[in-house]
Design a binder for this molecule. Structure first.
Ligand code: ATP
Ligand code: MG
Length: 472
């Protein structure tokens, strides 16, 4: 018996560390296991899922379209089904799922779903097709709205706050030069938008804009894609120019630079210093003139400290540094953004909609962990859901409504003796105090609390706390 328990513990430990999301239900459709990876993909914590019925946790699903329930019903496995959904940060996620029945003695006692997040790979494939379109001469005529490549300009960047105005000014000045630019900001703050705007305002705008996400590919593949290969360079290699060559005269945008394997960062540095690339397996150097813009979704100083980013490369790419603050630190941008997205989505739906005062109030207070993207999706979703012409709180996504029901709830009054609620509240209070003491610096707050930074970040994300809220 003891041995069995130890084996179960080991198995659970193993499952909590695999990269694939794993979700198991019993014969009635009640969740019995939900690992960390599943939690990261879907944005729900195991506590919210385990012990509850699938349809209760995912109200948008039905008996028919839940793969887990279908497998319980039919007993037939479903292999490699692609699924695209919008997660709690408003980000579109694509997963590939395999769902299998769990049988004991010929009887189905549950089902298990394994999901792999392929969002970045999918984005990449789409990029490649955009690229091909350019290569094969389907470049849109000048003046027309471009598709694929770089289509945003500075007029697409909405925001009246001091920091956005300063940022636009700085970026405009950077556009006229060929200096490397590093843009950083949380997810959904508009990094790609500003990078494209810089390209489109630069003298290079008539030349290619080529983007590559450095987190999307393993080192070996990425190296070939960036620098090119020659026939015989390795088994199966062909003569193929890399993205640096394709971006010659234009701009190359390296997104999530801190996810580039460090050994490749050293090679990138050499290319930048020499202004030339050597294809894999080649002896010859080819000179390239591509302007390099990089982006990072965390503070580059933290990436340096964690050795995700080489210091020598950092100094090379950080000639112009543009930081986009999170939306919660520039709330004056919310009203113009709301107006912008309302216009865009009402036009698409052929109707005129407004937001109620209550919703505007919620928008001004919510911490927006998914930033502008989350706001955009909240409005897009509401316009689709609503029936009248006023967006009300009920039309908002669940994570926004849940935030307010938690933070304004009365977990701390004397009638409520629920221990979990009280501990939760105490934890939040301590975190807020630590953040206040550290002036919002997450690493320092984690040290004060005596927990790893990642744990604190996970808690902050989950509880929707941010440094602004730390003060109240
Ligand atoms: N200032 C802004 N004005 C108008 N739209 C914006 C602004 N900032 C962001 N958006 C919109 O929000 C969405 C996300 O922006 P973008 O893709 O540039 O974010 P990102 O910082 O690159 O995010 P990630 O780190 O997740 O890649 C896009 O649809 C973009 O058009
Ligand atoms: Mg981006």
């Amino acid at each position: 018996m003891k041995q069995l328990a130890a084996m179960k513990a080991q198995l659970e430990l193993l499952l909590s560390h695999v990269g694939e999301g794993i979700h198991m239900v019993d014969g009635k459709g009640i969740s019995i296991y939900y690992n960390n990876a599943a939690s990261n993909i879907e944005g729900l914590s195991p506590e919210e899922v385990v012990g509850r019925h699938i349809l209760e946790v995912f109200p948008s699903l039905s008996e028919q379209d839940s793969t887990l329930l279908t497998v319980l019903r039919t007993g037939a496995p479903i292999y490699e089904r692609q699924q695209t959904f919008t997660n709690y940060k408003g980000k579109k996620i694509t997963t590939i799922n395999t769902t299998i029945p769990v049988e004991v003695g010929g009887r189905i006692i549950g089902a298990m779903e394994i999901s792999r997040d392929v969002t970045t790979v999918k984005d990449m494939t789409e990029r490649i097709s955009d690229l091909q379109a350019i290569l094969y001469g389907h470049v849109p005529k000048a003046g027309g709205k471009k598709t694929g490549a770089a289509r945003f300009t500075f007029s697409d960047i909405i925001g009246e706050s001091r920091c956005i105005r300063d940022l636009k000014n700085l970026a405009r000045r950077a556009a006229s030069s060929s200096s490397p630019v590093l843009v950083w900001g949380e997810t959904g703050t508009g990094k790609e938008l500003i990078v494209q705007a810089i390209h489109n305002e630069s003298p290079r705008k008539i030349s290619p804009f080529i983007a590559q996400n450095c987190a999307a590919l393993p080192a070996a593949l990425l190296e070939g894609i960036l620098f090119g290969t020659i026939r015989g360079g390795f088994t199966g290699a062909e003569d193929r120019p890399g993205l640096f060559e394709l971006a010659d005269g234009g701009t190359i945008f390296l997104d999530e630079i801190n996810s580039m394997p460090v050994e490749l960062q050293a090679k990138l540095l050499r290319v930048l210093q020499e202004g030339a690339v050597r294809r894999i397996g080649d002896t010859r150097m080819r000179s390239v003139d591509a302007r390099v813009i990089t982006a990072c979704s965390e503070n580059p100083m933290d990436a340096l400290e964690k050795r995700q980013l080489r210091e020598d490369l950092f100094y090379r790419i950080n000639v112009v540094s543009l930081e986009i603050p999170p939306l919660r630190e520039r709330r004056e941008d919310i009203p113009p953004l709301v107006e912008h997205f309302i216009n865009r989505y009402s036009e698409k739906a052929y109707r005129r909609v407004k937001v109620s005062e209550e919703v505007m109030d919620i928008f001004m207070k919510y911490p927006w962990p998914g930033n502008v993207r989350e706001l955009e999706h909240a409005i897009e979703g509401a316009v689709i859901m609503m029936e009248g012409d006023v967006i009300k709180p009920v039309h908002l996504p669940i994570q926004i409504r849940a935030y307010f029901s938690h933070s304004q709830g009365n977990a701390w009054n004397h009638d409520n003796l629920n221990l979990n609620d009280a501990l939760d509240k105490l934890e939040m209070d301590l975190i807020r105090k630590a953040l206040k003491k550290s002036k919002g610096n997450v690493s320092m707050a984690a040290r004060i609390l005596g927990i790893p930074r990642q744990t604190l970040q996970y808690k902050l994300r989950n509880k929707g706390i941010d440094s602004v809220y730390a003060g109240d």
